[in-house]
Design a protein around this ligand. Structure first.
Ligand code: PLP
Length: 407
């Protein structure tokens, strides 16, 4: 008899986006004349940078000619891309990361979801609340949690991100082995200072723990005192892996390219207490289960680091940040307290009422779709997330409608 992985049965159905879609559909049915403006999901809307398109075109031509055709590439990514990443994303910021510590992939979602395979079943896992749900669900699937009760999975150490700690979680009160951190944060748009990040690195070093640092929104950092990479913190190479993505930095959500950094010094322990290199384990896993990102897409990602590419991706992020600034300005003027939107494409707004109630009010009175904070965890209740991924025109129109609806 074929039996299933019963841990999947513990998963809470993701009602969030289907619930949103259902409510929007009902609203549209009842109000067909209203053009709904979506500031909900975290998907980009602007086209790919010119430099990426041109590089991809050239690569496609190479694939169409016998002398330059390429079949399977290296699973870890082509050297041209890994070298560009190491140089521009790390060495240029004083972080000593080498090309062979970069593993190119087709998404940070897969990487942040798959990485937990390297660790044993009985580790203690710390996950922020609110959170990008992939970290949590993949640990549920792997059997590292108990049942879901009162809005939380048993066995997980939740790291509350609240107004009281400025949406940067404090060190856990109980011992943990694996820690997920994401800055700039989805969903709150909050950031972490070097000093705060250092406390986490020091904690991991002192407690033989490992940090998984998701920096998918790094391109939006404008405050130059903030760390772009955890490897800007001394000692992090021994206790942290980092995840990056071109999805938000270069509009690659539909093109697919990302990478994970696994430093050679970074270790975890076997049952005898001996240190094992995570680089060797992840390399083995990556080569066994993944066959590389397509050549044209890797050439497009490489073009992000050209002079034009850097300018164009900066402009792209600035475009969305301008939207975020408008959202901040308008919502603050309406009397809401909020965070994010200055170094991140998300603004996290305290609605002063139930998340879904605020969502319904914005939808029904303004025809604007946001994301209810409660969908990201218990600490998200009372908040909504407004995303900056839309055109200037739509964001201005949405804000004008919200102003009218609330006044
Ligand atoms: N990490 C965070 C925090 C995200 O918000 C997202 C996407 O929304 C991802 C990772 C996924 O990135 P990718 O498109 O590279 O899979």
């Amino acid at each position: 008899m074929i039996t299933i992985n019963e841990h999947y049965l513990k998963l809470q159905a993701s009602y969030l986006f289907s619930d949103i879609a259902r409510r929007v559909a009902t609203f549209q049915q009842n109000n067909p004349e209203v053009e709904v403006i979506k500031l909900g999901i975290g998907d980009v809307t602007r086209p790919l940078p010119r430099a990426c398109i041109e590089a991809m075109h050239r690569a496609v031509e190479e694939m169409g000619a016998e002398p330059t055709f390429r079949g399977y590439g290296p699973e870890q990514g082509y050297a041209f891309l890994r070298e560009a990443i190491a140089l521009h994303d790390f060495q240029a910021r004083g972080a000593d990361i080498q090309a062979d510590e970069i593993f190119v992939s087709d998404g940070a979602k897969c990487d942040t979801g798959n990485i937990q395979e390297l660790f044993s079943q009985d580790i203690r896992v710390a996950i922020p609340d609110p959170v990008y749900p992939v970290y949590l669900d993949t640990n549920v699937m792997a059997g590292r949690t108990g049942e879901f009760a009162h809005g939380r999975y048993q066995g997980i150490v939740y790291l509350d991100s609240t107004r009281e700690n400025n949406f940067v979680p404090s060190l856990p009160a109980e011992p943990v082995d694996l820690i997920y951190l994401c800055f700039p944060n989805n969903p709150t748009g909050s950031t972490i200072s070097k000093a705060e990040l250092k406390t986490w690195v020091d904690y991991a070093r002192a407690n033989k723990a490992l940090i998984l640092f998701d920096a998918a929104y790094e391109i939006f950092i404008r405050d130059e005192s903030l760390p772009h990479s955890i490897y800007e913190i001394e000692g992090a190479k021994e206790v942290a892996l980092e995840f990056r993505s071109y999805s938000k930095s270069a509009g690659f959500t539909g093109t697919r390219c990302a990478y994970t950094v696994v430093p050679k010094e970074c270790t975890a322990f076997d049952r005898n207490g001996n240190r094992q290199l995570l680089h060797s384990l992840w390399n083995r896993r990556h080569c066994t289960k993944f066959n590389g990102v397509s050549y044209p897409v890797q050439r497009a990602a490489e073009a992000v680091y050209s002079e034009e590419g850097r300018m164009q991706t900066r402009e792209l992020a600035d475009y969305y940040l301008q939207n975020a600034a408008s959202v901040r300005r308008e919502m603050q003027a309406l009397g809401f307290s909020l965070v994010g939107g200055e170094n991140a494409p998300y603004v996290w707004i305290d609605g002063g009422r139930d998340s879904w109630e605020f969502f319904d009010m914005l939808l029904n009175k303004a025809g604007v779709v946001c994301t209810p904070g409660a969908g990201f965890g218990r600490c998200g209740n009372g908040y909504i997330r407004i995303s900056a991924f839309n055109s200037h025109e739509n964001v201005e129109k949405a804000l004008q409608r919200i102003r009218q609806a609330l006044s």
